[in-house]
Design a protein around this ligand. Sequence first.
Ligand code: PBG
Length: 325
Amino acid sequence: MVFPEYRPRRMRRNETLRALIRETRLSPDQLILPLFVMPGKGKREEVGSMPGVYRMSVDQLGREAQDCLAAGVKSVILFGLPEKKDPMGSGAHARDGIVQRAIRELKNRAPEITVVTDVCLCEYTDHGHCGCLIGDRVDNDTTLELLAKTALSHAQAGADIVAPSDMMDGRVAEIRATLDEHDLSMVPIMSYAVKYASAFYGPFRDAADCAPQFGDRRSYQMDPANSREALREATLDVEEGADILMVKPAVAYLDIIARLHDEFDLPIAAYHVSGEYAMIKAAAQKGWIDEKRVMAETLLSIRRAGADIILTYFAKEMGRLLLNA
Ligand code: PBG
């Protein structure tokens, strides 16, 4: 069928027709809100480079959870700012660590919320790398045990899903085995399977105080130039027992999301990261773009590329927009 017999504009004539043939939809229950938890009481500090995002103390989480639920958002992912850092990142798996306390608080105050935890060492090591060091090299195999201990302590504190973001080889298998040995075989692993060494993490590193003190993360995170390697990374994580595959960042990597969606039958998550959020906020503050429309179009594009789940700092704003639509 060609013009003039076929006219695509026929089905765009009004909103009801457009809605009938809409291929992609976004719903608040597909969104996960990242939360930064800090020590202290009654604390709520806005992150300079992320307007609308706060670091908060554990006692604030009940209220935050209610805000999420009111926006239709049912899942959060926790990042912790520990009181002290050390070379091995021991705060990551402390029984009474910041994230472990945050999990218990959320489970007590808002049991309806699904609590995901980021499993990584970089917020807890004094050198800021995601694993432990031998000399100035981030050592893979000695890090695995620490990651598994961290995931286990999160699951024992009540986490619903653990999400390793460190990019060490073999960590999904190690975490799965450790959880299973401790009767936690029902706790899923959302693997940051395809995580690039990206400049878009800049504002997050301010928020979570986890910039590496020397060097960078390119010896463990992926080279932004590679897409076939993404399939190999994802294949490994599937074989090791991942339940959800994540791509990160999202917008600059929509092609990778689409490839994973085509090649794998596991659910796909995408992390719309701090820099992607900050750019929209900054342009909107200057009055250069319509923030709500750009937010909605961006998150929709991530879904259209093939993500089932989106981790985004816009979760509450997007949720409210969808509920009021
Ligand atoms: C921890 C971690 C990072 C992010 C999520 N988990 C930072 C990094 O790898 O440097 C980034 C999230 C964001 O930018 O929003 N490894």
